[in-house]
Design a binder for this molecule. Structure first.
Ligand code: PLP
Length: 248
């Protein structure tokens, strides 16, 4: 028998409450250390691999923002959560294929992972026909310039994957709103070096697109450093929900 999303076992609820208390205090401490207002930082609970019942429980604990990285999993989970009468903001944070754009725009409030002009155009078309209001978009940046793990490339003239062309394309659409940048610290980089570089990139992008104020950076292992370098959104999975059974 499968639990319905509205029934969360009390021990699981307690586990989530404890994880949430730890993460919230880490965020508060990091904001204090960086002399930043706590209200500037939004925690996104990345619930991939975890069931809809966890999303419902987290919402009951005051979590308003939820992240997912695979369309197939996210679409079903968002429907289950909605059926339970709960409506968090859904953030899509994973690599996105253009053929999934029409699905994602139906449940996502924010997409963090736009990294090509072609994907921006596909999302714009999908958003124009599948939504009644614009979709918030963060452009994903490749901090080390290697596009293999996703991300538009700073200082690249590539018309499809250069950061300038991608931010300009998103800003120029009618059905997308450029709200900021997202990045993951590259493997093998110290988070300090990665997020310092990201802060420079964000400053340059804001000089051209002043409304692009969001900076989605920092995960379970490096959220303090990301907050020190200006993150406005931290994406937290394992520190909140527990270690995932598979690495992804
Ligand atoms: C899984 C994931 C996270 C959360 O990672 P944790 O290390 O579990 O906090 C954040 N961002 C993206 C893009 C992810 O895929």
């Amino acid at each position: 028998m499968v639990d319905s999303p509205s029934t969360v076992r009390p021990d699981r609820r307690a586990e989530l409450a404890a994880g949430l208390a730890r993460v919230r205090s880490r965020i508060a401490d990091a904001c204090a250390a960086a002399d930043r207002d706590r209200a500037e930082v939004t925690m996104i609970a990345v619930t991939k691999t975890y069931p809809a019942s966890d999303v419902v429980a987290l919402a009951g604990l005051g979590v308003a923002d939820v992240g997912e990285n695979r369309d197939q999993e996210a679409a079903g989970k968002a429907a289950e959560v909605a059926a339970a009468g709960v409506s968090p903001r859904w953030h899509f944070v994973g690599q996105l294929q253009r053929n999934k754009a029409r699905s994602v725009v139906r449940y996502a409030d924010v997409v963090h992972s736009v990294d090509s002009v072609r994907l921006a155009r596909a999302l714009d078309a999908a958003s124009a026909s599948g939504r009644d209001r614009p979709l918030d978009v963060l452009v994903q940046v490749s901090i080390d310039g290697d596009p293999a793990r996703g991300g538009a490339v700073p200082d690249s003239a590539d018309p499809d994957t250069g950061l300038g062309p991608v931010t300009d394309a998103v800003a120029g659409t009618a059905a997308l709103r450029l709200t900021g940048l997202m990045a993951v610290a590259p493997l093998g980089w110290e988070p300090e070096r990665a997020f310092a570089r990201l802060a420079e990139i964000a400053t340059a992008v804001r000089a051209v697109h002043p409304a692009a104020t969001a900076l989605s950076a920092g995960m379970s292992g490096d959220l303090e450093v990301a907050i020190r370098f200006g993150a406005t959104h931290v994406r937290v999975g394992s520190a909140l929900l527990g270690m995932r059974p598979t690495l992804r």
